[in-house]
Design a protein around this ligand. Sequence first.
Ligand SMILES: [Zn+2]
Length: 108
Amino acid sequence: MDIGLIIIFVVVGLILWLILKHVFANKCPKCQQYRAVEYEGHKITSEKEPFFKTLTREDIHKNSEGKETGRTERTEQVRMIRYSTRNYYHCNKCGYKFCKDKIVEEEG
Ligand SMILES: [Zn+2]
């Protein structure tokens, strides 16, 4: 994978995560108070299931002067793993306990 693309994804992801965390997270679904929810941990609730994802990559061709001479697209099969997790939380204001299920997809 192109290193520049990875850096962009990481930076954008980090910014979005910080914004979302600040605005929405830590709100208790029961007492509606902010900064109340604490993460306890998670459990993997399904088998790890492998699958293939087709990604489109773009190659940039450059001449000896470093100028772009063209681009070609190619598809690439990436081996991925998918599994479900259950994240556990509790509210430190009212004691409410709840969990959220999430599907995780990662390269593997
Ligand atoms: Zn609460």
